[in-house]
Design a protein around this ligand. Sequence first.
Ligand SMILES: NC(=O)c1ccc[n+]([C@@H]2O[C@H](COP(=O)([O-])OP(=O)(O)OC[C@H]3O[C@@H](n4cnc5c(N)ncnc54)[C@H](O)[C@@H]3O)[C@@H](O)[C@H]2O)c1
Length: 243
Amino acid sequence: MARFDGKVVLISGGARGQGAAEARMLVAEGARVVLGDVLVAEGEALARELGAAARFLRQDVTQQADWAACVAAAEAMGGLHGLVNNAGIYQPKPLMETSPELFQRHMQVNQFGCFLGMQAVVPAMRRAGGGAIVNISSVAGLRGSPNAIAYSATKWALRGMTKAAAADLAKHNIRVNSVHPGPIATPMLDVKTAEENQRRLENVPLRRQGSAEEVAKLVLFLLSEDASYMTGSELAIDGGAVL
Ligand SMILES: NC(=O)c1ccc[n+]([C@@H]2O[C@H](COP(=O)([O-])OP(=O)(O)OC[C@H]3O[C@@H](n4cnc5c(N)ncnc54)[C@H](O)[C@@H]3O)[C@@H](O)[C@H]2O)c1
């Protein structure tokens, strides 16, 4: 029996990058997945690739109604057992170049979206007898990331929100953990030049970017029963990054 037989997992920002890698791996291990994203063409293409085990919904994580629709879709597929709060934006700017609008936008998507997501899934997870939530933070939520004050603010927030939610939800048999990736080769890093991305690796002892699949393996571990005694934890997956 595969690890995720009979389980349904909702992945926000699931159309590409790490979310898509998690979807492919979960389906290969027996799960059904609901993919939410604002990228409709990519999301629909991935759902087609995965077949009956996947459903894509256009979802803006800042909208409560979109979360409700995703939860309903998951329950229609057989319950809701896992959530990966993965959607995020990264528009790095130093403190003095960060407009209030840019700061607010990061807060809306990365932080408020995660709050709405955790709140939205709890009743369905309780109906399923429990569940697991993985919040995708960043190394920027463990250290001070240069030139990314708004992004860092939200990723530090996810770390705290994870621990608070873990304490609140343990009584419902819902575990909540955070994952802190370093530089991962996904379209998110296209905002920087190849030279900038290369220079960043000087602070990564393993001297390379991680892959979406490497992060997905960790996320699946936290979603699975293998992590049954883990909640409120923060796990770095960053090649040993020192900055
Ligand atoms: N790539 C990295 O180096 C890196 C490092 C640390 C943390 N992370 C985090 O990992 C997560 C996944 O990022 P990724 O690397 O796969 O990048 P990505 O840009 O490929 O994926 C992010 C996804 O989130 C979606 N998204 C953005 N705004 C949304 C919204 N309002 N509603 C719904 N979906 C929305 C995007 O459309 C995209 O599909 C993000 O939370 C990111 O902050 C990435």
